[in-house]
Design a protein around this ligand. Sequence first.
Ligand SMILES: Cc1ncc(COP(=O)(O)O)c(C=O)c1O
Length: 422
Amino acid sequence: MSKLAIHGGTPVRTKPFPRWPVFSEADARAVARVVLSGVWGRTTGKVVAQFEQAFAKFQGARHGVAVVNGTTGLRLALMAAGIGEGDEVLVPPYTFLATATAVVEANAVPVFVDIDPATCNINPALIEAAITPRTRAIIPVHFGGLACDMDRILAIAAKYRLKVIEDACHGWGGKWKSKGLGCIGDLGVFSFQSSKNLTAGEGGFIASNDENLFETVQSLHNCGRLRPKAAAGGGGTGVPASAWYLHHLLGGNHRMTEMQGALLLSQLKRLRKQTQRRDANGRYLDRELARVPGIKAMRRDPFATVVSHHLYLFRYDPAAFGGKPREKFIAAMKAEGVSLSPGYPVPLYKQPVFLNKNFGPYTGWKHTRPNLDYGKVSCPACEKACAGEVVWLSHPTLLGGRRDMDDIVEAVAKVQQHAAEI
Ligand SMILES: Cc1ncc(COP(=O)(O)O)c(C=O)c1O
């Protein structure tokens, strides 16, 4: 194999990988139709309501509410589930900030449970040890779009009467057995932020199969207004004009705009095919990268029937790369034309906001955990993942063809063979 590109050799690849977002004139026309209609808000429009029905059906939920982003979705889901002052909620530490800060904003206490290093998802074997009499809920994150072990999580939740709020912010199109991610527990939350596999720049979604939870999140996202049952499924919010200034719950305005709804409806048409391609390319990389010493794909359990691959994750073992740290590997890969990310720098509990308990007005923890000290938390698998073990490949790359995947494998193999020089 030729000299490494970081030392002036020919890169494996100079062509760019597919870009994100994917869009067309049809997306622009869909948004333009809304703009030209002059009906831009969901309270008078029908497009967000159409998207809600379409995405709920696509993912396999009975109901769904579109909201401004995934962060707000998690916050409202926790509120709807009745989580409040001093309650404890189990979360993994290997996830985006919002999974845990939404718990703080519910005035509750995030309790971190380590990940399984082979999947980067919450480790079901460690959940029960973290349960106390104050534990009320668990937020499994289907990280990167890989299903958590929901059989075990649901069994534990049933045993201890915990609510299950799935963070499916990477889960559009992904499946656990025959069920869509985010449609398995009590509530499931999705993100449509600009980097996501289904996007309108920003946006979020709360799915539920439970009529009452759905009505609650519907109200919470619309300033605490109640929707007459008869109007369910209709356009807008279904709230009659006479009830517009009657507020029953501590809700807010978390509504999506009609322009976002139009863009998402239009984008949704591509999602099934894109997911199939990412999933197939993910399986191919799993197989091909297994031949490279020091590289291990995430374990794909049989229940992970469709992986939506917001990220393709693999484990990097420096011992097979001459002891060179992950960052050197990533730099060498970049020179070969393949961009990778080291992912999260630290587990969430090591973020300053948790170490310093910079929780603003939220003091629920003081009531049940006055000695709460996130500096004492230790999740060794997550710490290892952050410190140097896990590498991310982003989802647009997985929209490429077989030859694109072969380039990735070739670049990894080349860097491994020349590891002494990186
Ligand atoms: C796992 C996870 N949860 C929650 C969120 C929050 O979603 P949003 O950015 O739409 O607020 C994200 C977004 O990055 C995420 O990756």
